[in-house]
Design a protein around this ligand. Structure first.
Ligand SMILES: [Zn+2]
Length: 436
């Protein structure tokens, strides 16, 4: 054979291989028990058919059509992939490193490399979608890299920097030498309604899927008070109006009851944390259909860090953590009793995102409702219920399995053994696949 012929044959082989590898064989999952995330009762012995990245059928009985690859999960309980509505993909655990030192010694690019590790872990824990509510351009890049199949991770929706006032919870300059400056630190600062409108439009241009606001002070930040409303009602109203006109939802980090009520009246789609809400606050949220994302995980982790390693937290914040972090747990039964919509969120990046299941259940939520908070409700809050959050024909094949029925054994939610996202298996029998 001459060299030209060899080159032609090689090119043909490459073409054939490419065509072969882009062809995706049909898959059928045999689910011993299926909880489909719609709120319907559990079913036994169900076949889930998958073509490319979508679910095409959910049928009773174990079917094995010719040519289809069968994945045997007949000994497991199969669930929709979990959704975490409050993550920060670049955030390290508070006990790992000094937060101020990390903040001023790492670039956005460094943070992106940390984040790719954290999102990979999230996916391995069973989270096939997540909403990043406060990051920068690195979160957008990460979302795009995941969507393009360059790195493994959940489907991300990102908000970019939270919008809030000078010296508020989202002002990165708070507590630092006033002469320190970094381009981009002003990206979330909003001090007038006019500025709010411009910021929302800028975030859209930079790739945001939703908008995060910080109308009240926070806990893990120096110098601000979590019991004060810091944005004006008019600023919140303009953020919501502009975001909604661009097809983006608004998530609001808020603690005090009057500020929550003002934000709900301004039309925010979710209240994150909501620690000091009262029965009246929840009644207003219920009448507006506003979601609560309680984020018990972050409070648990930061309470422990404030108690055991206060020197690692942002200066002056340990007393605020100790004074406020136990309130959301105490308030959860009131939230449940009020009948408001609750969606799952941890407020962490690195770490165990399944911890929220245990905390919700330990503080009064039924196991099935904790599961629905992380599937059906979370998908609704994301505005993606037509694509994720349930196992139904036409949805993405985002599917996980746990070793026991989580309604009877809730701890099973923390031991995912199988993860599929968009028809691709990322974990099987508790072990990462070669794709990971
Ligand atoms: Zn957060």
């Amino acid at each position: 054979m001459n060299h030209t012929l060899i080159a032609r044959l090689a090119a043909a082989l490459v073409l054939a291989f490419t065509a072969e590898s882009s062809f995706c064989a049909d898959i059928v999952i045999h689910a011993g028990t299926l909880i489909d995330g719609t709120g319907a009762a559990a079913r036994q012995k169900v076949s889930i058919s998958i073509h490319d990245d979508k679910i095409t059928a959910v049928e009773d009985g174990f079917k094995s059509p010719a040519g289809a690859q069968v994945i045997d999960l007949s000994g497991a309980t199969v669930l929709p992939g979990f959704i975490d509505c409050h993550v920060h993909v670049t955030a390290m655990l508070p006990s790992r490193t000094n937060s101020t030192e990390y903040w001023v010694t790492h670039s956005d690019i460094d943070r992106a490399f940390d984040a790719q590790l954290f999102v990979r872990q999230m996916l391995q824990q069973g989270f096939t979608s997540a909403r990043d509510v406060g990051g920068g351009d690195e979160s957008v890049a990460l979302r795009n890299a995941i969507d393009a199949g360059k790195i493994p991770g959940p489907r991300l929706m990102v908000s970019l920097e939270p919008l809030g006032p000078t010296a508020g919870h989202g002002d990165p300059r708070s507590g630092l030498d006033r002469d320190l400056h970094h381009s981009g630190w002003e990206n979330g600062i909003v001090d007038t309604p006019e500025q709010a409108r411009i910021r929302v439009r800028e975030h859209r241009r930079r790739g945001a899927d939703l908008i995060k606001v910080m109308p009240s002070g926070g806990i893990a930040s120096t110098g601000d008070d979590p019991r004060q409303q810091l944005m004006t009602n008019e600023e919140m109203r303009v953020v919501v109006e502009t975001a909604h006109s661009l097809g983006m939802k608004v998530a609001a980090h808020i603690y005090p009851a009057p500020a929550i009520e003002n934000a709900v009246r301004a039309g925010v789609d979710s209240v994150e944390h909501g620690s000091f809400a009262t029965a009246q606050t929840f009644a207003l949220m219920k009448s507006h259909g506003t979601y609560l994302v309680p984020t018990l995980t972050v409070f648990d982790l930061y309470y422990a860090a404030a108690r055991d390693h206060p020197e690692l937290l942002t200066p002056g914040t340990a007393p605020k953590e100790l004074a406020n972090d136990l309130l959301p747990k105490k308030n959860l039964p009131l939230a449940i009793q009020s009948g408001i919509k609750i969606a799952y969120g941890t407020d962490i990046g690195e770490g165990d995102h399944t911890l929220e299941f245990a905390l919700l259940i330990a503080n009064g939520m039924k196991p099935i409702d904790a599961l629905l908070a992380a599937t059906r409700n979370a998908a609704d809050l994301l505005g993606r219920a037509d694509r994720v959050g349930s196992i139904q024909s036409g949805r993405f094949a985002d599917i996980v399995a746990v070793p026991a029925d989580p309604v009877a054994q809730p701890d099973a939610l923390r031991h995912v053994t199988f993860v599929m996202k968009g028809g691709v298996v990322y974990r099987s029998d508790g072990r990462p696949t070669s794709l990971d």
